[in-house]
Design a protein around this ligand. Sequence first.
Ligand SMILES: [Fe+2]
Ligand SMILES: [Fe+2]
Length: 171
Amino acid sequence: METPKDPFAFILDEHDRQFEICARLENFVGTLGSEPCAREAAALLTFLVQDLPVHIEDEERDLFPLLASRRGDDENLTIILDQLVSEHELDRGLVEPIVQDLRHIADGRTPSDIKRFCMDVRAFSEAMRRHINWENRVVIPLAEGILRAQDREHLATRIAERRRNLAPRGS
Ligand SMILES: [Fe+2]
Ligand SMILES: [Fe+2]
């Protein structure tokens, strides 16, 4: 993919997509059983196993270290970044059972426990929305204020490299 001109706008766009995915997941579990859904399950799976991990890598490997390098003496920032990293870890745990259930559905089978699947989706979506709101309101404005032109270029380059290395969709 092309290197984004504005890496912060790129991350904000991805956050918008993540909000959409939360709504699609909730809609998906709300209509389970009443509509054919293997294709939607496969699309949601691609997001959870491919797009979301790459986004988290952008933040953990590039955005957060760049912020820390410019404001390493700011204790509040250190606490915020540590909190966001532990939320990523929590999200990975929440995603795992959802991925298993979506794989079942994408293969034309039924999840073993639909009630638990619904609860997992609700917990994940709520955690994601809280996390994204925090990043949108605090982290991105801070990054726009303190990262320098060379930091932005570095972040943009890494975002593009990471996506060029992904397997093509549908493979
Ligand atoms: Fe994040
Ligand atoms: Fe994010």
